[in-house]
Design a binder for this molecule. Structure first.
Ligand code: ATP
Ligand code: MG
Length: 558
């Protein structure tokens, strides 16, 4: 597989890589995807995964999966496992074993000692508040810590004692000794180690000091011989620190950090912390709720790896804002599943029709192809019967002009079957239409009726043969395009109360044995995916609407 099924889209990171390969700076490309195992991955991570693994594939290089596990309180094995599943499901495989920043804790510690020995790191006893005060602001330089000039011997001993657990949490940090007057606040003697007695998913209680992200990340990259360390733009101001650390110590190589813009999806949230909030507050059914922009959520909804990869190809890589309309993602999914999904008929809002002139043994069931462009998928029998369900929206008693579906006295083609005329409308006491009595024209099987044009074609299922199906219809999770950009109101205020509608419908019998995750086109309704969790083939059918047949967003927003 190449990174994507289609030609790669050129972008500035490709240009850099190509120049590096051509100019001999590197013989091959090594990238990495470095998630923190503190939540499930979302669509933004998919962009980063496709970029990092995709580049490695395109240039016959390697891509590592490395967990950035330096925040023990927030991290878990569950998250780490889910991330591995997500990467594989998207179609990628990392080079060798999964790697962990914690694999390097011993080396990171040794580099800390190395920095101290060179007089480039010191143990500082300022409290967090004092630290903040000494740090200065964007317009004011910082002040040197009173502990900045401790001797190498004292620092070596204090750092060793920090590791040995002789000091309480938060009482000391190891800081890089750079420049308290730097215009870049990240360079004002940043902390590189802190004391934290927290149980770690990999190292257990072995450590009570943990290295900070900025310090850990660059060294881990260098130890893995990463050539191009790709990250999002918020790390641009951290690049001088990345480079500074690597310049001071003896590491095998000095990877190049390159930043690109984060993907933001309209009507969605791309922050693990906020997604976590939705889950823990029970506002969605879990990380894999099909309304979630998580990879597991998209998967459960029926989005395909191919569609997601194509999406990341289309949105491209740059340094400018990358706020993308949901319709771009849905368009990619629709295109992919359109080519794959077998067609069946299902009715979501059933209205009963009795065929008054149905003749047992004579009025025929028909065969329908599962896919008009894919004869290899074969055909299925679509049973016809005296009673059928049609979509209640396909009938109107007083239709506007140009309505080509069913109306009193009007005719419509039943998909794969006869032309049918509505002879009688039956209502309940409240005036609601409860049933239609219709007749078919027996001469219209596979041919047009004589002397008249019937424009509409509607879907239907046989009442006696259809299977009950729970259908979950999804709408956008938020009511505004940028739910987390409002300064006054919390993003939760913009949750769409109607983002999930569950209906009881009917599907034709050929879907009886659909396996979980199987995708169908329910003709005229959209693409639907058998739910990974709740769908039980042959027993309890549960389908999620993956995407509608046409783009309904553009219209609604316009
Ligand atoms: P979040 O804010 O959702 O927690 P994060 O950046 O903290 O995201 P990490 O686990 O650290 O999450 O991310 C792993 C990689 O994915 C990083 O290289 C990060 O830059 C990238 N990434 C995260 N979010 C996005 C996004 N929205 N678009 C593109 N890349 C992203
Ligand atoms: Mg992070």
């Amino acid at each position: 597989m190449s990174s994507n099924e289609r030609d790669p889209v050129p972008h500035f990171i490709r240009n850099i890589i190509e120049a590096d390969l051509k100019g001999g700076k590197h013989k091959s490309v090594v990238t990495r995807f470095p998630p923190e195992p503190n939540g499930y991955l979302h669509v933004g991570h998919a962009k980063s995964i496709c970029l990092n693994f995709g580049l490695a594939l395109d240039y016959q290089g390697k891509c590592n999966l490395r967990f950035d596990d330096t925040n023990p309180e927030k991290e878990s094995e569950e998250y780490a496992l889910s991330i591995q599943d997500d990467v594989r499901w998207l179609g990628f495989q990392w080079d060798g074993e999964v790697r962990w920043a914690s694999d390097y804790f011993e080396q990171l510690y040794a580099f800390g000692v190395e920095l101290i020995k060179q007089g480039k790191a010191y143990v500082c006893d300022l409290t967090p508040d004092e630290m903040r005060e000494y740090r200065g602001t964007l317009t004011q330089p910082g002040k040197d810590s009173p502990f900045r000039n401790r001797s190498v011997e004292e620092n070596t001993e204090l750092f060793q004692k920090m590791r040995a657990g002789e000091y309480p949490d938060g009482s000391k940090v190891l800081r890089a000794k750079i420049d308290m007057a730097s215009p870049n606040i990240n360079m004002r003697d940043p902390a590189i180690y802190r004391i934290r007695r927290a149980h770690h998913i990999r190292t257990g209680d072995k450590w009570c000091i943990y290295p900070m992200y900025d310090y850990t990340h660059c060294i881990s990259d260098a130890l893995e011989n990463i050539t191009h360390s790709l990250c999002t733009l918020e790390f641009e101001d951290h690049r001088p620190l990345y480079d500074w650390v690597l310049d001071q110590i003896s590491v095998p190589c000095h990877p190049q950090q390159i930043e690109f813009s984060r993907l933001e999806l309209q009507y969605a949230i791309t922050s693990k912390r906020k997604l976590n909030q939705l889950v823990t507050q029970g506002l969605v059914s879990g990380w894999d709720d099909p309304r979630m922009p998580t990879i597991v959520g998209m998967r459960r909804r029926g989005y395909t790896p191919e569609g997601i990869r194509e999406f990341t190809r289309r949105i491209g890589i740059s340094k400018s804002d990358n706020v993308v309309d949901m319709s771009v993602l849905e368009g990619c999914i629709r295109e992919d599943v359109e080519a794959k999904a077998p067609r069946v008929m299902a009715v979501v809002k059933p209205l009963k029709v009795t065929i008054t002139n149905f003749v047992e043994g004579e009025s025929q069931s028909r065969e329908g192809e599962f896919h008009p462009q894919r004869p290899e998928l074969g055909k299925r029998v679509v049973p016809f019967a005296k009673e059928i369900w049609i979509e209640s929206d396909d009938f109107m008693e007083l239709p506007p002009d140009g309505f080509h579906r069913l109306k009193p006295g009007g005719e419509v083609r039943l998909r794969y079957s006869y032309v049918m005329c509505c002879d009688e409308v039956i209502k309940d006491a409240a005036g609601n239409v409860t049933e239609l009595r219709c007749s078919i024209d027996p001469e219209t099987l596979g041919k047009n009726p004589q002397g008249r044009k019937v424009k509409g074609v509607i879907h239907w299922v046989s009442v006696e043969d259809a299977l009950p199906v729970e259908i979950r219809l999804y709408d956008r999770l938020f009511t505004v395009p940028k739910p987390d950009s409002d300064k006054e109101q919390d993003f939760l205020a913009f949750l769409n109360p109607d983002s999930l509608t569950v209906v009881q419908g009917w599907v034709e019998p050929s879907a009886r044995d659909a396996q979980p995750e199987m995708l169908y086109q329910f003709e005229r309704l959209g693409y639907f995916c058998a739910d990974r969790r709740d769908h039980k083939p042959g027993e309890h059918l549960v389908f999620n609407r993956t995407v509608t047949l046409k783009d309904s967003w553009a219209k609604e927003q316009g």
